[in-house]
Design a protein around this ligand. Sequence first.
Ligand code: HMG
Ligand code: MG
Length: 298
Amino acid sequence: SFPTHVRLVEVGPRDGLQNEPDPIATSTKLELIDRLGAAGIRYIEAASFVSPKWVPQMADHREVMQNLARLDDVVYSALTPNLKGLEAALECGVEEVAVFGAASEAFSQKNINCSVAESLERFAPVLERAKQANVRVRGYVSCVLGCPYEGEIAPAKVAEVSKALYEMGCYEVSLGDTIGTGTPLAAKRMLEAVAREVPMAQLAAHFHDTYGQALANLYAVLEEGIAVVDSSVAGLGGCPYAKGASGNVASEDVVYLLNGLGIETGIDLEALAATGTWITQTIKRPNRSKVGVALAAK
Ligand code: HMG
Ligand code: MG
């Protein structure tokens, strides 16, 4: 059955911007994060401590994390694929981080330059060090509903990697449909396999909208009990190692859907939509939130 409350994880400042080819001013990123907090978002993935050679747009991760106008009840997290990233994030006062693995060998190689097994070996010391520092760690699994290089991915493989991350100490595992090829039944079957290994309350849905299925897929997994949803304001984004991938499901569209279902989020939809209008105008990108476009035209 549906949850009564959903926590939105806003990944726009990270997943939404990481693929932008032209440099975006740090001040624009900070203003985006401020506006998202003011709209009632309580969890914002603000930066990514990855190699600037691999993802140049996230090269200002330190400046972003150090200059946040932090709100007390908002969590500002960052991606940290290895100890080097974690140490830098800790120096910047990060309170929560995320490691990211994949259910596909080929994607793991392209994205983080190692096999799935090697990635888990690299994450273990990250989790250990984070625990010492009292920093919670979220885990991502990419390619849960398909891989740009391998095609179909078995639900059992997704369950195996999710279980490994959970047992390692990730408090939540976010299931990424990186290339947005999933459909509702496939999403349900995948989730059923994962939920046999990791409690439903510790799972999140991270769906990209490349094939226009993200909202339908979300509806399917909400019905199964998923209560944490990753999304990106204005549907910003794409993945540098997944050609043709479009952004995450738009946060505005998710909030509108949840409002209609009577599921609470604590988010001010008008303020969120205004943020989507502002950021897309500022970085000169189309607004990929249908709800955002409709509300702006009112
Ligand atoms: P590597 O080349 O295997 O690592 O990269 P290395 O340890 O051999 O280091 C190579 C160079 O990178 C060295 O610098 C290191 O210092 C540097 P050099 O000596 O050549 O000057 N380096 C770093 N610099 C800054 N921060 C670090 C760091 N680590 C090493 N943390 C690595 C391995 C993971 C670092 C690399 O492959 C990388 O940065 N990949 C980027 C991956 C990425 O950001 N992908 C996008 C995010 S994931 C995603 O979008 C999916 C998700 O949204 C879910 C979904 O939708 O499915 C989460
Ligand atoms: Mg993503």
